[in-house]
Design a protein around this ligand. Structure first.
Ligand SMILES: C[S@@+](CC[C@H](N)C(=O)[O-])C[C@H]1O[C@@H](n2cnc3c(N)ncnc32)[C@H](O)[C@@H]1O
Length: 229
């Protein structure tokens, strides 16, 4: 196995994680997951959880919302389906195997896209964020819980050393905040509206981007100006 993250290695890793995922990553991230759901519900409506995993956050959403979830890993989704069935979560309208980078939804489909602990597990984070922006309705929000890599100091060094190991476990440690800032500056009508540290240890952040109500027009103006497409 190489040391770079790729979709096959991620799918293999989460097939192994599926049986024990909730036990290992349930309590430790509970506060942040609840914060993300609260943030998503401020907009509410049709909500897509990308990298929904075992569906651990699904019971937190109020039944007034309509939820959909996608994930690359069938074994993780199997757990999510069992949870929906056992808890009778009728506001979950669908769970499907799908690649976050190329989703089968039309443009402007959802009011909110939520992705918790996902951006650092995908091979192409910026392309994945582009895809979130595409399926998000103008006026909607992206809500992330994400690990942000250290800019300097001993933590940065440790992240370098442990990077190959964590790739095999299914995620990356090194992800500088500047990548989110650069992405937010692209001409896709998305604006960074919040970054809030989350436990444990503040290594994670809740990050929100809003899609301008004029996003489609802005993108078309850009394409025309640069004679693309
Ligand atoms: C760390 S888990 C997070 C699961 C859940 N969101 C949570 O809060 O615990 C990352 C999830 O993202 C999924 N994932 C990774 N790469 C993906 C991709 N390209 N497309 C869709 N899902 C992906 C994994 O299969 C896994 O279920």
């Amino acid at each position: 196995m190489g040391t770079e993250l790729n979709k096959d290695s991620v799918a293999r890793a989460y097939a192994l994680w599926a049986p024990v995922y909730d036990l290992v990553f349930g309590e430790v991230f509970k506060h942040a997951r609840r914060a993300a759901v609260t943030a998503a519900e401020r907009t509410g409506g049709r909500i897509l959880e990308v990298g929904v995993g075992t569906g651990i956050s699904l019971p937190y959403y109020a039944t007034a919302n309509r939820l959909a979830g996608v994930d690359l890993s069938e074994p993780m989704l199997r757990k999510a389906r069992a949870r929906v069935h056992e808890l009778g979560l009728r506001h979950v309208e669908g769970l499907a195997v799908m690649d976050a980078e190329q989703m089968a939804f039309p443009d402007d489909s959802f009011d909110v896209i939520v992705a918790q602990y996902v951006i650092t597990t995908v091979p192409n984070p910026e392309a994945t964020l582009d895809e979130f922006a595409r399926v998000l309705k103008p006026g909607g929000e992206i809500v992330l819980i994400t690990r942000v890599g250290a800019d300097a100091g001993p933590r940065r060094l440790l992240e370098r050393w442990f990077a190959p190991l964590t790739h095999q476990l299914g995620w990356r440690l090194r992800f500088p905040w500047a990548r989110y800032e650069r992405w937010a500056e692209m001409p896709h009508g998305m604006r960074l509206i919040e970054r809030r540290p989350m436990p444990p240890f503040g290594h994670f952040s809740l990050v929100r981007f809003a899609k301008s109500a004029r996003a489609v027009t802005q993108r078309n103006d850009f394409l025309e100006a640069h004679a693309i497409g």
